[in-house]
Write a protein that binds this ligand. Structure first.
Ligand code: HEC
Ligand code: HEC
Ligand code: HEC
Ligand code: HEC
Ligand code: HEC
Length: 183
């Protein structure tokens, strides 16, 4: 997605109230913005409903973006639908209990309730399209050596200081309004 489209989508969006409330609370308390939340990294891998392994699938030649398609307007990378998995697992390892569980979700057209690992709060603007397509930042910079991981865990930060450090280094905007729309 183009940066200008991203900016206009951001302007009209409505996710700003929580952030405005947070800022007001801070101003009323007459304190400067708190330092970004410290994250304990690496995080522990959450228990997943199906034991999907990026490492086991990496040698098959499926690209990250074949499973995580960044669709317009580009905010999310997304988690693949069960039909993508069943393209292979209709035949491969179909006798495995995990694959039978996966097939059950696919058959009942229910999303596998994957535990989320990377997330920013609603009052933060983040776009995969801007970072992957415009800024050409590799997935591994923000998510680590995913293809070498059996179970996913949080190994890279998503706190404010970490965003701002790269923005400073790469000459991207660090105005509060870039990541928090107050308009
Ligand atoms: C065969 C499909 C497939 C491929 C290929 C794939 N992934 Fe995934 N990815 C998944 C599934 C399913 C999950 C959810 C389960 C989990 O977290 O392990 C996931 C989870 C993730 C997450 C964590 C999402 C969250 O909850 O925050 C990241 C980050 C990620 N993948 C990045 C990558 C990268 C980078 C590559 C390429 C090196 C890649 N993936 C290749 C299917 C895939
Ligand atoms: C391109 C084909 C392909 C796709 C697409 C694919 N897989 Fe697989 N999957 C495999 C192969 C091959 C293996 C066996 C890998 C091994 O053991 O080294 C496997 C193994 C697994 C296993 C371990 C099964 C067991 O008990 O032995 C799970 C669980 C699994 N896949 C889940 C998924 C999920 C969930 C998706 C969709 C996000 C998915 N797979 C997409 C080919 C695929
Ligand atoms: C500049 C850092 C950065 C880059 C580069 C990046 N991501 Fe992310 N990723 C994030 C952040 C931050 C989140 C949390 C986003 C949110 O909560 O809205 C995230 C979330 C995700 C998720 C969870 C689901 C979603 O869409 O929010 C997946 C899957 C994922 N990323 C995969 C990828 C893949 C695949 C690539 C490379 C094609 C990639 N990411 C590149 C920072 C990045
Ligand atoms: C590894 C470097 C890197 C990291 C980490 C990173 N960014 Fe960025 N970001 C960039 C670059 C470079 C651009 C400029 C893209 C362009 O103009 O082509 C950008 C652009 C943006 C924009 C659009 C700016 C505008 O004025 O429209 C937003 C919003 C943004 N990033 C939010 C975030 C957030 C939120 C995080 C942390 C969760 C983050 N970024 C982490 C490199 C990074
Ligand atoms: C490059 C993106 C980026 C920029 C620029 C940015 N922030 Fe943030 N901000 C974030 C992210 C990401 C979080 C969420 C942090 C978390 O999840 O720990 C956040 C959280 C916050 C919070 C909530 C409290 C906290 O620290 O977690 C406040 C308040 C805040 N930002 C104020 C500001 C102000 C004031 C500015 C301008 C000086 C600013 N931000 C600029 C990305 C940014």
């Amino acid at each position: 997605m183009s940066l200008s489209l991203f900016r206009s989508v951001r302007r009209v969006a409505v996710r700003r109230s929580a952030f405005a409330a947070a800022l007001c609370a801070i101003l009323l308390a007459q304190k400067p913005a708190p330092p970004s939340v410290e994250e304990k990294l690496p995080g522990l891998p959450p228990v997943q409903p199906v034991p999907f392994s990026h490492k086991a699938h990496a040698p098959l030649g499926v690209k990250c973006r074949d499973c995580h398609a960044i669709r317009e307007p580009g905010f999310e990378a997304g988690i693949p639908g069960e039909a993508v998995c069943m393209g292979c697992h209709i035949a491969i390892r179909k006798e495995s209990p995990s694959i039978q569980k996966l097939a059950g979700f696919a058959k009942s057209k229910t999303r596998v309730p994957w535990a989320r690992i990377y997330a920013v709060p609603d009052y933060v603007w983040f776009s995969h399209g801007v970072h992957v397509e415009e800024a050409k930042v590799d997935c591994a910079v923000c998510h680590g050596a995913v293809a070498a991981r059996d179970a996913m865990f949080k190994e890279k930060p998503t706190n404010m200081a970490s965003c701002m450090a790269c923005h400073a280094e790469r000459g991207a905007s660090n105005g509060c309004d870039s990541c928090h729309s107050t308009r």
